[in-house]
Design a protein around this ligand. Structure first.
Ligand code: ADP
Length: 236
């Protein structure tokens, strides 16, 4: 019915009206489901961001997770996050919306958060979660595709596009992991002043390196590499 023409991502789609968290369910199902299985729900009652932060997921958005078994080591988790971010930006593009990646795991439109990516991995399996605001109401300071376009967007079309872009990005990730970092970099907000929250680091977000670390140049000229983990940046 969805007619997904993908090779891995979306080979199987498990749809639920409601779930606590698609990532939590995907982690459980990963014990016996094949790679590429997608869990998607109309709403999440306990959607999560990083370090347990709440992700608002009322009906109208795309709340999904995909089970992956990339041939990568755990240090490569940022590449899986970037793969998700690139797929989201490309999906938005298809609907005429210019999006940018905010290091490490958000997608912004007009400076406001439209999507969040959460990759959680252990022992060969990675669950990649994506929350994308489509027609749903959003928290203050966030934005939805509907806000940008001024009218409702067909949710199934957005989902189908996102699955196709994820499938492409996943083959690229497996064939040439470095090119995912390059792609993410070309769509990232760089060259602007940032504050690394809680770390007392302030400077210009200059670049990302091959491991996905953010390179910040302090006013003194000193360069700091910020490792992907629990850290966030704020634009100064
Ligand atoms: P960050 O990367 O910004 O530190 P997370 O990736 O952990 O944060 O995402 C959680 C945060 O995102 C929440 O604390 C909240 O501020 C914001 N948020 C929650 N739900 C949504 C949503 N549907 N759209 C945009 N932002 C949201």
């Amino acid at each position: 019915m969805l007619s997904l023409q993908t090779s891995i991502v979306g080979r199987k789609v498990i749809y639920l009206r409601e779930v606590e968290s698609t990532n939590d369910l995907a982690k459980l199902l990963a014990l016996h489901e094949d790679e590429g299985t997608v869990i998607v729900a109309d709403r999440q009652t306990r959607g999560r961001g990083r370090i347990g932060r709440r992700w608002e997921s009322p009906e109208g958005g795309v709340w999904m997770s995909v089970i992956l078994r990339p041939p990568l080591v755990l240090e490569d988790l940022p590449k899986v996050v970037f793969m998700g971010a690139v797929a989201v930006v490309e999906t938005l593009e298809k609907f005429g919306i210019p999006g940018k990646v905010k290091w490490p795991n958000d997608v912004l439109v007009e400076g406001r958060k439209i999507a969040g990516i959460l990759a959680e991995g252990k022992a060969g399996t990675v669950v990649l979660g994506i929350g994308l605001n489509v027609n749903n109401p959003v928290p203050e300071g966030a934005i939805s595709m509907k806000d940008v376009l001024g009218s409702n967007v067909p949710l199934v079309d957005v989902f189908r596009t996102l699955i196709a872009r994820l499938d492409e990005a996943y083959s690229l990730l497996k064939e040439r992991p470095a090119s995912i970092v390059e792609k993410a970099k070309s769509r990232m907000i760089l060259g602007v002043p940032v504050i690394v929250v809680g770390e007392d680091i302030e400077g210009i977000a200059e670049d990302i390196d091959e491991f996905g670390r953010l390179i910040v140049r302090k006013p003194s000229g000193e360069v700091v590499k910020v490792v992907y983990g629990d850290l966030s940046i704020r634009f100064a």
